[in-house]
Ligand binder design. Structure first.
Ligand SMILES: Nc1ncnc2c1ncn2[C@@H]1O[C@H](COP(=O)(O)OP(=O)(O)OP(=O)(O)O)[C@@H](O)[C@H]1O
Length: 277
């Protein structure tokens, strides 16, 4: 799949870049991630893949500004991410969220406005409008007054994405957003992610289902505690690179083989040569 890439973001009219430079991240003295570098910009959907413990969540948290790098840097719009917390939204893995917390869907989405309003000032008309628009964009109107705990997994994901939209976030960092979704919900989420990228947002998501990478993403970062490869899915999503990251943990199934062939079709050289694996 390939999105139409906007020169300028339809969301804000600019063309912003996320740059990760030689990033290393530790938990105390334990090195979780080494030497990650990438550059992506508005309008892209970036997959983060690698085996369990590869450092995907760590990278998302660091890009979100929630962890401090041991070395290297993360820049958005040319400055350290800490400066841009309003523009960057992070959705943790499902199990990190307390879904029993008593809050309505609208309450979750309103939280997206808190960084702007501060806790001390009340909502203005604009805040209400942005919350209503986000709810509408994620087709949550009928569920807005329901408790978040009463929703299906797919609906809960949509509520959290609506919160990011209400925040007017430019970068969406999603940790395994497809986990626990049934097929229709997953297909709905694929459409949502493509639409958000198509509107000029930058979506970065860790993803376990390798066979669906070419359907959803434009670019891929493959990690295994350190960077294996980063680039366009058509060039980078190859069995060679995936095998480097997963070692003997992964078998080349027919589904996966089909996905590599699908990815290669969009590669200029792949089309010319009719190349397969
Ligand atoms: N809070 C923590 N304290 C210490 N080490 C941690 C902590 N969180 C993660 N790690 C370690 O850092 C490394 C990277 O973990 P991370 O959760 O980023 O991987 P991941 O690719 O997201 O894994 P998964 O696919 O299983 O979610 C692992 O070795 C893990 O054990």
């Amino acid at each position: 799949m390939s999105h139409e890439t906007h020169d300028n973001c339809a969301h804000c009219g600019h063309h912003h870049e996320l740059v990760v430079n030689g990033l290393c991240v530790n938990y105390r003295e334990h090195r979780a991630l080494s030497d990650v570098s990438l550059a992506s910009s508005c309008g892209n959907c970036v997959a983060l893949v690698g085996p369990n413990g590869a450092g995907k969540s760590t990278l998302l948290k660091t890009i979100a500004g929630l962890m401090t790098p041991a070395s290297g840097e993360v820049l958005w719009r040319g400055a350290q991410v800490a400066k841009w917390s309003r523009e960057i939204a992070y959705l943790p893995q499902r199990e990190q969220i307390d879904w029993s917390f008593p809050i309505t869907v609208r309450g979750v989405v309103e939280m997206g406005r808190y960084p702007q309003t501060g806790w001390w000032r009340s909502f203005r008309k604009d805040d209400d409008r942005m919350v209503a628009e986000a709810i509408e964009q994620m087709h949550l109107e009928d569920l807005a007054d329901r408790q978040i705990s009463e929703l299906s997994g797919g609906q809960q994901q949509r509520a959290f994405i609506a919160r990011a939209l209400a925040q007017q976030a430019h970068v969406l960092l999603l940790d395994e957003p497809f986990t626990g979704l049934d097929r229709p919900a997953a297909e709905g989420l694929i459409e949502v992610l493509k639409r958000l990228a198509g509107e000029g947002r930058l979506v970065v998501a860790s993803h376990h289902e390798l066979a669906t990478v070419p359907d959803i993403f434009d670019e891929v970062l493959i990690v295994a505690r350190e960077q294996v490869a980063f680039g366009q899915v058509s060039e980078t999503f190859t069995w060679d690179n995936i095998r480097k990251a997963y070692g003997g943990q992964l078998r080349l199934t027919p589904d996966l083989e089909a996905a590599f062939n699908e990815a290669a079709k969009h590669h200029p050289a792949g089309v010319a040569n009719g190349a397969t694996l």
